[in-house]
Design a protein around this ligand. Structure first.
Ligand SMILES: *Cc1c(COP(=O)(O)O)cnc(C)c1O
Length: 415
């Protein structure tokens, strides 16, 4: 589409991961209308395991085979999803005692679980030490607290230093490294911490360097990964032992908004192949881990709500639904967006209807922030129709204020 001056209007990337049959969106081979009946009520989240499987297969194909693929549980902690991904990946990354219990319940060996997060509580650290997972150390004080727990429990917990890098990840949607940050230990302070570590009853396993999230620019991700390896090589010279484990983070994004394109996995794959060769030379025997959250689950998930009312107000149409920001904060634009943009939407039971109209899709909450779609072109819809929000398999259910206004929580189903 172009505007009146011929300039292309940005559109959403096509959501081809879900086929359409008889005018209805299909999830894992089931029509959406049937899934809605099976769940029993709307709204709900549905996750398609076949889409997750395809994503993991594409990654395995693109990555050099000496790289390990971890799932960052934070993206989607639904137990069935965590179990599904635990069986397909090489390990899990967690960020709380709650997530750690979820990860341990899948039977994943402790050596393949790592625990990051600033402000780990005593309960968090005690469970981490007790279970023997790799603790990503976020500060000098945290290292001392782990050592104290180790002394009193007669364990020698495996630790990695989480490094706040001295370079920036360009184009990242959410920067988590470089400059002043609450995450990790500034790269320049790491040598002193590695010295201190020699005196403590902990087992040094390596480094964790995560510079940012939601990046669609493959060249920028590849550059950050290469600088991450260089930093690890430099820090290795100061380490009490070999770097056995190097977690280079993730950061691969998915297209949410008009004009965004999927990241080029081929570029990442060939850059990582080069990186793997360099690592073999300078850090022989190091296990390199890529930890991905949203890239594994976001595109496999949809959020589905039902139109309750259709009304007109001063020339605009409003589809009022039973779902909104209390279930899906990110789609409402209130989870890290500066300027609100629409997630890709559809009317799941009218996929081929071609009488399009511009509508506002809103939720039931008494706040003007409760918007799922602002002036989107959708097939004509009314009460009973199913509104689908795509790209909802990560940072959806668990990242939303479900108690706000006291509506029922959404269902969740893995198909
Ligand atoms: C959040 C987080 C991830 C996952 O990020 P995604 O953008 O979902 O891939 C990975 N590692 C750490 C340390 C995180 O905090």
């Amino acid at each position: 589409m172009t505007d009146s001056t011929g300039v292309p209007i940005p559109t959403h990337a096509p959501m081809t991961q879900f086929p359409i049959r008889d005018n209805c969106l299909m999830v894992a081979g089931h029509p959406l209308t049937e899934i809605a009946q099976r769940v029993g009520s709307t709204p709900f989240y549905a996750y398609d395991s076949t889409v997750i499987n395809a994503r993991v297969a594409a990654l395995r194909h693109a990555l050099p085979n000496n790289f390990h693929l971890h799932y960052a549980v934070k993206a989607n902690p639904m137990p069935a999803v965590v179990e599904h991904l635990a069986a397909m990946t090489d390990g899990l990354d967690v960020a709380s005692a709650g997530e750690l219990r979820l990860a341990l319940a899948t039977g994943t060996p402790a050596a393949n679980i790592s625990f990051a997060g600033p402000g780990k509580s005593n309960e968090d650290l005690a469970l981490a030490v007790e279970s023997g997972v790799i603790i990503n150390i976020e500060s000098a004080t945290e290292l001392e607290r782990v050592a104290t727990l180790a002394r009193s429990s007669d364990k020698r917990p495996p630790v990695a230093i989480r490094v706040n890098p001295d370079f920036e990840l360009k184009s990242a949607g959410m920067k988590m490294g470089s400059g002043p940050k609450p995450f990790g230990v500034d790269a320049e302070k790491v040598p002193a911490l590695l010295q201190r570590l020699r005196e403590l009853p902990v087992e040094f396993v390596g480094l964790h360097i995560f510079s940012g999230s939601q990046n669609l620019n493959a060249a920028a991700v590849a550059e950050a990964q290469s600088r991450t390896l260089d930093l690890a090589i430099a820090l290795a010279a100061e380490a009490p032992g070999p770097i056995r484990w190097l977690n280079i983070g993730g950061g691969l994004g998915v297209p949410y908004f008009p004009g965004e394109q999927p990241i080029d996995l081929g570029v990442i794959g060939s850059a990582l192949t080069k990186l793997g060769k360099k690592a073999e030379q300078h850090l022989p025997g190091t296990e390199i881990v890529l930890e991905l959250g949203r890239y594994l689950t976001a595109e496999a998930g949809i959020y589905v709500c039902e139109v309750i009312d259709r009304k007109e107000s001063r020339g605009e149409i409003f589809l009022v639904t039973n779902g909104g920001l209390h279930h899906h904060l990110a789609a409402s634009g209130n989870f890290g967006q500066v300027i609100r943009k629409n997630y890709p939407l559809a009317v799941g039971n009218r996929m081929h209807d071609d009488t399009l109209e511009a509508v506002n899709v809103v939720g039931p909450l008494c706040t003007p922030l409760d918007i799922l779609g602002s002036r989107v072109l959708l097939p004509q819809a009314g009460p009973g129709d199913l509104i689908v929000v795509f790209q909802s398999g990560a940072y959806g259910y668990s990242a939303s204020p479900r108690d706000f206004l006291g509506h029922p929580p959404p269902g969740e189903i893995l198909l």
